[in-house]
Design a protein around this ligand. Structure first.
Ligand SMILES: *[C@@H]1O[C@H](CO)[C@@H](O)[C@H](O)[C@H]1NC(C)=O
Ligand SMILES: *[C@@H]1O[C@H](CO)[C@@H](O)[C@H](O)[C@H]1NC(C)=O
Ligand SMILES: *[C@@H]1O[C@H](CO)[C@@H](O)[C@H](O)[C@H]1NC(C)=O
Ligand SMILES: *[C@@H]1O[C@H](CO)[C@@H](O)[C@H](O)[C@H]1NC(C)=O
Length: 620
């Protein structure tokens, strides 16, 4: 098996040693350097001849890790063979004989060339073994904390501790599986802080749908990171904060699907641990004050409990006053009485049935922005599709209830396609959350229904976010002096940052789509003569629509990174925010990569009003 750690600089120094042990080590070292120089130059090892007895320890060449016998705090009579951080001996990273502690200090790790590693108790019984057989093998203890048994002649790895994790994932280790052989690399919690035997919690990489790290308590899923969406897991925005220190990857190959963290030069020591109570922590060592700092803790809050709000439920940790669970728009609690008792796992039911027969449908999609994507276990994934193709495919398949980009990177809202066919679960609002497109009946989008507009969630658009948020805030202040209302618990990523989350206003509106053809004829094909001016966002033309209505048409610069869906939502938002001192927005148009806004034309308004109109507010 090819190992990610192969070829890494390696060595071993010894501590707590007798002269005899030192001598044996030197002997071994020289043997290795001559016999195995071709395989692993600059390498020392635990060796072919020496045994390690309780009381002796072996330290990796850079001093980071120590191999030896230990007793957990509070259980002094139980002896285990393990590997720990030298600087912090209570940080045990790996344990050999998890199920079979030795009762005294007579244990010995026998390092035989033909038998790999063998842990014997005082009576010669095997407490643990690496189960390897080879004519000649060498054992190495690497600076990464990996204990490796190699076949001497070929150098191939017969066994390594990194393939048999305990409760800790170190930099360079994999969490995942080999789909071809069925080999798995899960983490298993200790049973208790002083008991390394396998406990209740297992952390695995779920490879159905998109890869996701899942915590299991027995057969119950308790937590997931959310699917891997390109640069990170959907529910772990923290990963973005590691840039420059750790490279976090999910490798997907026929023979390996694995999550792996690589430390960059200068990064602190870090470990991912699944604790005996099921919490998962990323800890980093602070060498000056000599403490482990918690960089990430999961579950983070109530909303991280797996499927907390049931199918089509939506968890928001910021809504303590109205309970944390709500239903996705277009749905309401399946059992209101249970829901009111905080039994939310029953989830939500659709208000209006979908209308879809053999792919012919009148349904539409609502964008739910800023969320951790639902569990992708039973989804169809196509990494090569575009988001537009994804939408079309989902629409054409009557059993598709939602879709999203499988990779958030790239233009127009990301790429790839993940489609859900059964109930979507484990959705929550999260920092830097993603857009989920939820299929709803046509009637849910009908105009005149307040919530349809208010609940169309506005995706966060990088370019305009700051301006729009500021504008919204001003509008909100203007409008709500004296008529403050707060009647909807659902928030979204952007609106959620304001103090009155969803009270976007009460007037209904219907913003018409204007066809590109009409715009071309209205502006004489964007004739220079019609141009009123030019601003940072694009050019503004005067035009005449069919009904002899004079309009100003703003043609947004091409190459805008904004996707059509985002644009549409943003326009809806702007329209919703119309203010009497603003030039009125009459319609919009999307055509290929053309995006246009149609304003009323007021001859005595300054050009700026058209160009920057949507953000210029006079709050009198
Ligand atoms: C290592 O331990 C085994 C089992 O106790 C013993 O048979 C062997 O002689 C030991 N080897 C050395 C080099 O001490
Ligand atoms: C060694 O092999 C035996 C039998 O194949 C198995 O029961 C045992 O779990 C293995 N031990 C280790 C440490 O893999
Ligand atoms: C996936 O399908 C299986 C079998 O129908 C079901 O037990 C499981 O709950 C589904 N998973 C999700 C996340 O919906
Ligand atoms: C709809 O999607 C489901 C699940 O991915 C798939 O099994 C089914 O074949 C699709 N139906 C059509 C008509 O494509």
């Amino acid at each position: 098996m090819k190992s990610p750690v192969q070829g890494q600089g390696v060595s071993l120094v010894m501590a707590a040693a007798t002269i005899k042990f030192l001598y044996r080590l030197a002997l071994t070292l020289s043997m290795l350097l001559t016999s195995a120089a071709g395989i692993v130059s600059d390498t020392t090892l635990v060796n072919n001849v020496s045994n390690i007895t309780d009381g002796e320890t072996v330290v990796s060449v850079g001093g980071s890790f120590t191999l030896g016998f230990f007793a957990p705090t509070g259980a002094p009579t139980k002896r285990y063979l393990g590997i720990w951080f030298t600087a912090s001996p209570e940080a045990v990273c790996w344990v050999a004989n998890r199920d079979r502690p030795l009762n005294d200090t007579s244990g010995v790790l026998v390092i035989g060339s033909a038998r790999g590693l063998l842990l014997l108790d005082g009576s010669g019984q095997t407490a643990w073994s690496s189960n390897t057989t080879a004519a000649t093998a060498v054992t190495q203890f690497l600076e990464s904390g990996n204990l490796v048994v190699r076949e001497q002649s070929s150098g191939s790895i017969l066994w390594q501790s990194f393939d048999h994790p305990s409760n800790t994932l170190l930099a360079g280790m994999r969490l995942g599986k080999n789909p071809q052989t069925g080999d798995e690399w899960p983490l298993t919690s200790w049973r208790a802080p002083n008991d390394p035997s396998p406990g209740d919690y297992r952390l695995v990489l779920d490879t159905k749908g998109l890869p996701a790290i899942v915590s299991w308590q027995g057969k119950v899923k308790t937590y997931t990171t959310g699917p891997w969406i390109g640069p990170r897991f959907s529910g772990i925005p923290e990963i973005a904060s590691y840039s420059g220190m750790f490279s976090v990857q999910v490798v997907v190959r026929p023979d390996e699907v694995a999550y792996m963290v690589t430390a960059m030069p200068g990064a602190p020591f870090s470990r991912l641990v699944v604790n005996d109570d099921g919490t998962v922590e990323r800890l980093a060592w602070e060498p000056v004050s000599r403490v482990w700092n918690v960089w990430l803790q999961s579950p983070r809050d109530l909303c991280d409990s797996y499927a907390k709000c049931g199918a089509f439920g939506l968890c928001n940790s910021a809504t303590a006053s109205t309970q944390f669970c709500s239903c996705i728009d277009g749905f309401s609690p399946a059992s209101p009485s249970q829901w009111s008792m905080r039994e939310t796992s029953g989830g939500c039911r659709r208000h209006t049935p979908l209308e879809c027969i053999n792919g012919t449908t009148t349904d539409g999609f609502m964008v739910l922005g800023g969320v951790k994507l639902p569990d992708t276990d039973n989804t169809t994934v196509d990494m090569s599709a575009t988001l537009e193709q994804c939408r079309a495919r989902c629409l054409a398949n009557c059993s598709c209830v939602a879709y999203a980009a499988a990779d958030i990177r790239g233009r127009d809202g990301g790429s790839g396609c993940v489609m859900w066919t059964d109930g979507i679960v484990d959705v929550r609002y999260v920092d830097k959350g993603q857009d989920l497109y939820v299929r709803l009946s046509k009637s849910e989008f009908a105009t005149g229904k307040r919530r349809d507009v208010a609940r169309i969630v506005v995706p966060v658009t990088v370019s305009l976010l700051a301006l729009t948020s500021a504008a919204m805030y001003l509008v909100w202040i203007c409008r709500h002096r004296g008529q403050r209302r707060n009647n909807d618990v659902q928030t979204n990523a952007m609106i959620g940052s304001l103090s009155a989350p969803n009270d976007l206003g009460d007037d209904d509106f219907d913003l018409p789509f204007v066809s590109f053809g009409d715009i071309v004829s209205a502006t004489n094909n964007f004739s220079e003569n019609n141009m009123l001016g030019q601003g940072g966002f694009g050019k503004v033309y005067k035009g005449m629509l069919d009904d002899n209505k004079e309009v100003a048409i703003k043609r947004l610069g091409k190459g805008s990174r904004q996707g059509a869906e985002e644009f549409r939502n943003e326009v809806l938002l702007i329209a919703k925010l119309q203010h009497r001192n603003l030039v009125r927005l009459l319609g919009y148009c999307i055509h290929g990569d053309e995006k246009l806004l149609v304003y009323e034309y007021l001859p005595n308004k300054s050009l700026d009003s058209f160009i920057f109109g949507m953000f210029r507010l006079n709050c009198i």
